[in-house]
Design a protein around this ligand. Structure first.
Ligand SMILES: Nc1ncnc2c1ncn2[C@@H]1O[C@H](COP(=O)(O)OP(=O)(O)OP(=O)(O)O)[C@@H](O)[C@H]1O
Ligand SMILES: [Mg+2]
Ligand SMILES: [Mg+2]
Length: 527
């Protein structure tokens, strides 16, 4: 990577004009004409959605100031969330005389993302200033790359269906500070910790045709960002924010006027907001009015969008090239070096998981586990597929209950495989399998499951041990007389209570089906 001396403003302005040219190069083949699909929610209408995603870059330091980032990536930096206004350099606070210095890590992570999105990384990109006045922007402008972005012209294949969304561009830009309105005191509090953190703005073409496709796009993108390690991609925590552009048109007609919905903090709300916006547009158009170009917000309680400002009120950003930052020049060797260090991408992981014999649904579940990359496999799944999936769900559930991630998982692929085989062959019951799994996780045990099963007395009972099972059944009937009476009177669902009791007495070693039959036989005998 090279930084060269700044060029005069008018030279950099030349790049503004080249913006449209790329659109007609190369991408035509990828984007097939979409088939007309009637949506029963809005017959006769076509919905068009384009999304601008702002993803916080997972770098230890901010984009230009060298200050440690304290945003939602704090967990990554390794300390707890910083107190407001404690991670602020003079540059972040826009003190006069301070100058930007580009953080190469942010560039590398953005290039990784661009390559993962099949985009063309521009050997030469440049930084612009976007001016507006708001308390969360101390300098009065945001440094961005609107006119000569880092990358252009990529695409993302959605995980469901045969949908490809084209990526217009990926640009680097600064995050703003965080402002919180205090209704009681009627003041806005500003926390500059986030000011100047690195963002990637990923702009899509208007290629989505339903709220569901938009949701799928954001989900697929989140998985991709996490897989390449460039962003946490959490909408809830604010490390991924979406501006959703929505328009509607009658089938066969040109796209309508778009409205942009801002400040959405979950995929679910985003999909509801799109649906609400679509109905709003249709209502306007059907009553003979036109859709005004607006920026809108989303009211979570009413599940409705509302007007924030109209296009006429939108500020004139007075873009200009940043005179303090020279163009960013990347050599082909640098780009190739980054390309050679790319990890397995989610689309490749998915194909690998499916080729192991997993169903689409199970592959999707595993894909949510650190993008599926850390999921190991010790051989053929074959007939045990159903069981291995259930045990995998148990594993994920138990880790989640302990607030641990899949990377904290202490159970090796070999031991997990052995455990599944033991349950499959009946050496331990399903209940004991769960107990063993819990023990292996909580004790961080490195012993094999078969050794542990012996030590903990969890080996399933053989048929010869039926007298022991009978003893537990009799004990259960004695300890739960009311439930036993209910079953005698024909209330069969209550039998589960007794079965549960027997399982507890036998530490899960008895076979649940055998216990049921025996309990019923005993209760009937008594009569
Ligand atoms: N008719 C349309 N319907 C829905 N979305 C559209 C339509 N036309 C364009 N879009 C989408 O609108 C978005 C435009 O984003 P872009 O960043 O280029 O401009 P902007 O929203 O005007 O600027 P800013 O970055 O300041 O918000 C793109 O994601 C594009 O796909
Ligand atoms: Mg934009
Ligand atoms: Mg926009």
């Amino acid at each position: 990577m090279n930084l060269v001396r700044p060029r005069p403003i008018w030279r950099a302005q030349c790049h503004w004009k080249s913006q449209e040219l790329w659109r007609f190069k190369g991408l035509r083949g990828i984007h097939k004409q979409r088939e007309r699909v009637e949506d029963r929610r809005w017959p006769g209408w076509e919905v068009v959605v384009g999304i601008e995603v702002h993803a916080q870059i997972k770098s230890r330091k901010k984009l230009f100031s060298g200050e440690y980032d304290s945003g939602v990536t704090t967990a990554f930096v390794g300390d707890t969330k910083k107190a407001p206004n404690t991670a602020v350099s003079c540059f972040d606070a826009a003190l006069p005389g301070t100058l930007p210095s580009l953080n190469p890590k942010c560039v590398e992570l953005a290039v990784r993302t661009a390559l993962a999105l099949n985009a063309h990384v521009q050997r030469r990109s440049a930084f612009d200033r976007k001016h507006y006045f708001y308390p969360d922007l101390p300098s009065g402008y945001q440094i961005t790359q609107r006119y000569a972005p880092l990358a252009r012209g990529g695409y993302l294949k959605l995980s469901r269906g045969d949908v490809t969304v084209r990526i217009t561009q990926l640009q680097l830009e600064q995050d703003t500070a965080k402002s919180t309105f205090h209704a009681g005191r009627r003041v806005s509090l500003i926390d500059l910790n986030r000011a100047g953190s690195g963002l990637m703005e990923i702009v899509s073409e208007p290629d989505m045709r339903s709220p569901e496709e938009a949701g799928d796009y954001v989900r697929t993108l989140q998985t991709l960002l996490r897989a390449v390690g460039s962003s946490d991609g959490s909408m809830e925590l604010g490390s991924l924010r979406c501006d959703i552009n929505v328009s509607v048109n009658r089938h066969g007609q040109a796209p309508g006027t778009r409205c942009e919905i801002k400040n959405l903090n979950s995929i679910k709300f985003m999909m509801t907001a799109i649906t609400s916006e679509v109905f709003h547009h249709i209502e306007l158009l059907e009553s003979g009015r036109t859709v005004p170009q607006e920026t809108r917000g989303f009211d979570e309680d009413k599940a409705e969008t509302f007007k924030l400002r109209s296009k006429e009120d939108s500020p004139d950003y007075r873009y200009m090239p940043d005179p303090n930052l020279p163009p960013l020049l990347l050599s082909q060797e640098y780009i190739e070096r980054v390309r050679s260090s790319m990890p397995e991408l989610p689309s490749e992981t998915r194909v690998r998981l499916l080729s192991m014999g997993l169903s689409e649904r199970d592959a999707d579940v595993l894909m949510t586990v650190d993008a599926g990359r850390e999921v190991g496999f010790d051989g053929e799944i074959g007939k045990g597929a159903c069981l291995s999936h259930r045990m995998t769900h148990d594993l994920l559930g138990q880790l989640a209950a302990r607030k641990e991630t899949f990377s904290d998982n202490p159970v090796s692929v070999k031991h997990m495989g052995e455990l599944i085989d033991m349950v499959q062959s009946g050496k331990v019951t399903g209940t004991s399998g769960k107990t063993l799994l819990r023990h292996m996780i909580s004790h961080r045990s490195l012993d094999s499951p078969s050794k542990l099963a012996k030590e903990l007395g969890l080996i399933a009972l053989s048929r010869d041990d039926s007298s022991l099972v009978k003893e537990w059944c009799l004990e259960a009937i004695e300890e739960l007389p009311q439930q036993a009476e209910a079953v005698r009177k024909g209330n069969l669902p209550v039998l589960n209570k007794l079965v549960g009791k027997v399982m507890k007495l036998g530490k899960g070693r008895a076979n649940a089906e055998t216990v049921r039959t025996l309990l019923l036989a005993l209760l009937r005998q008594e009569r």
